[in-house]
Design a protein around this ligand. Structure first.
Ligand SMILES: Cc1ncc(COP(=O)(O)O)c(C=O)c1O
Length: 404
């Protein structure tokens, strides 16, 4: 296997990086070490960089579309990685998972419908529901022994309560794998959820953007694969939309390209109509990066996952030995780690955030960004060279020793 360099300290400052060039705006402190937004501090796969360089050389950057080679790259990837076979018609290209979720809700909901999410969860899910004038049903995840699971009993009750209020519970947005709690949902958990949604006739929007960032002992199962495998779901497949991308996996989020899988011809039509007039064409760079990543980037991805797993182990050891006040929630995938900071003893989230920003000088996502269920937590991104991760953890340790 080729040697890739994940430990090189890349200088990302003055590159218009949302993560590195907005320290003052976001954290009120130019000296923070940014460990927040979900991109990586290393270069993408060499095959991706080469494809982009070649395209840049052409010097003409007019409007583009996904040709058959892009469809093939995605189909082959899904088959190879997940044993998931889709038909070409089901595949649509978008500028991102967040806009695609918004368009899907626009396509299927009516005003005053209710939409389920599972906090603590990626904040734009809340926004997508609000953008479409729907009510939020917050089916909070349960935390047990430092590990989260779904609470389907309370979900049933939440659905019934909304129905009693006269709301139509139209859809659920699932985060699989889950950002920020790092769960890679097991097949049994997904099947139980799918049965409940099917019985209630609720659409499922499955955000699987982190599906390739899985730690070695775990396996991601696309909901569509489960649905295709089990006859009981034949009809329900018509109510399911899946969202994926190479953006997190290959550190190409700035190229704004994702894909949406919709089997139902009717929803596909409604979806295209919802996109009408929004100017949602893809950039040639995003499409070519996706193709190069999927066709030639698998070695790089394997090496990246090894590096990430070692970072995650390093973090756990550090917390255990040097910072026992903070606990990392057991992570199965994604490079985002959910830190339980309640052991630091702050009375309010504001105090915890101020401590991290001003005293420790690390830029983390506050837990409350993921809903009230995220109180007293922070999210840390460990897709960075180990030396930088160590620097961030040592900053927190030193601040704990000095101030607490
Ligand atoms: C669960 C989840 N969905 C979507 C996104 C963003 O997707 P995009 O940049 O394709 O809109 C992120 C980014 O962190 C994410 O974690």
């Amino acid at each position: 296997m080729t040697n890739f360099s994940f430990s090189k300290l890349e200088d990302r400052e003055n590159t218009m990086s949302a993560k590195w060039d907005k320290k003052s705006d976001i954290f009120g402190n130019e000296n923070i070490l940014p460990m927040w937004v979900a991109d990586s501090d290393w270069q993408t796969a060499p095959s991706v960089k080469k494809a982009l360089q070649k395209r840049a050389e052409a010097g003409i950057f007019g409007y583009s579309f996904a040709d058959q080679s892009i469809y093939e790259a995605v189909e082959n990837w899904l088959k190879r990685r997940f044993d998931l076979e889709i038909e070409r018609d089901w595949l649509l290209f978008d500028t991102g998972v967040v806009p695609a979720i918004n368009f899907t809700l626009k396509a299927i909901t009516r005003e005053n419908d209710a939409v389920i999410i599972q906090p603590p969860v990626y904040r734009p899910f809340f926004g997508a529901v609000k953008n479409n004038n729907c009510h939020l049903i917050k089916n909070q995840l349960l935390k047990e022994d430092n590990h989260y699971r779904m609470d389907l009993n309370s979900l049933k009750r939440d659905i019934e309560r909304a129905e009693d209020k006269g709301q139509k519970v139209r859809a659920m947005i699932l985060c699989s794998p889950h950002n920020p709690v790092g769960r890679v949902w097991q097949q049994e958990e997904l099947v139980e959820l799918l049965r409940l949604l099917k019985n209630k006739g609720i659409y499922l929007l499955s955000d699987e953007i982190h599906s390739d960032l899985i730690y070695p002992e775990y396996q991601h199962t696309p909901v569509l694969k489960l649905l295709l495998k089990q006859e009981e779901f034949n009809d329900y497949r018509q109510k399911v939309v899946s969202f994926m991308a190479a953006s997190k996996t290959f550190n190409i989020a700035g190229l704004h390209t994702s894909y949406t899988i919709i089997e139902s011809e009717k929803i596909r039509r409604q979806y295209q109509k919802a996109k009408d007039g929004f100017g949602t064409g893809n950039s040639p760079f995003g499409l070519l990066a996706l193709r190069a990543a999927y066709n030639e980037g698998e070695d790089w991805l394997e090496a990246q996952m090894k590096y990430l797993a070692a970072n995650y182990n390093f973090l756990n050891e550090f917390l255990k030995n040097d910072l026992p006040e903070i606990k990392a929630v057991a992570s199965e995938g994604t490079y985002l780690v959910w830190l339980d900071c309640s052991g630091l003893g702050f009375k309010t989230d504001e105090k915890l955030i101020e401590f991290m920003n001003k005293k420790a000088e690390v830029g983390l996502n506050p837990g409350r960004w993921f809903g009230d269920a995220g109180s007293m937590h922070m999210r840390l991104n460990l897709a960075c060279p180990r030396q930088r991760l160590k620097d961030g953890l040592e900053r927190i340790k030193a601040a704990v020793e000095s101030y607490l």
